[in-house]
Ligand binder design. Structure first.
Ligand code: IMP
Ligand code: MG
Length: 177
């Protein structure tokens, strides 16, 4: 399949995604009984994962969404990161950040630093996909759906230059060699 100017090939089927989401939900359901569960979805990529996962959460819970915006600052500062849409009532909550994919982990790092002062009771990460070979953070996400090699993937919310998010399965960039 061609998306914009690149060719992608089938990689993770819809059924395999469904199984991964179901298994993540089961783990979260087992760990968060009686807790003050608050999900924080990271837009845009996680919208499909959030919707499918939340339908399988068996406990009372809340969800809100954030977006990490990166833009060129003025002067010598280079680029500035800002967290858009942050809810300020995380205090005392058992927060789970929901990511479509954790690659280098830098996005997560930024989110951690920006919500730390909100004093959540606990803070974990659930991600559909994880690239352990690319990860530079200290702590790997606690809830991982599927580990993948350092390939570029699209579909199920993930994009290539804004396209491909609507594809229900996951495709990977075809390498020519
Ligand atoms: P990190 O900050 O390097 O962990 O990257 C996180 C963000 O980069 C993800 O939330 C995605 O939006 C994007 N990203 C990383 N790898 C891929 C990929 O293979 N396909 C599409 N987007 C990706
Ligand atoms: Mg993302």
């Amino acid at each position: 399949m061609i998306i914009k100017d690149k060719t992608f090939e089938p990689y993770i089927a819809e059924q395999q995604i469904e199984e991964a989401v179901r298994s993540l939900a089961a783990k979260i359901n087992a760990d968060y009984s009686g807790k003050n569960l608050f999900f924080l979805g990271v837009l845009n990529g996680s919208f499909m994962f959030c919707a499918d996962l939340l339908k399988q959460i068996a406990h009372p819970c809340q969800i809100s969404f954030v977006k990490v915006a990166s833009y060129e600052g003025t002067g010598s500062k280079g680029h500035v990161d800002e967290l858009i849409g942050l809810v300020s009532d995380l205090k005392g909550k058992d927060v789970i950040i929901l990511e479509d994919i954790v690659d280098t982990g830098l996005t997560l790092q930024k989110i951690y630093s920006m919500i730390d002062h909100d004093e959540p009771k606990s803070l974990e990460v659930a991600t559909l996909l994880f690239k352990p070979d690319a990860f530079q953070g200290k702590q790997a996400p606690k809830y991982v759906g599927i580990e993948i090699p350092d390939d570029f993937v699209v579909g199920y919310g993930l994009d290539y230059d804004g396209f491909g998010r609507n594809i229900p399965s996951i495709l990977k960039l075809k390498t020519t060699n």
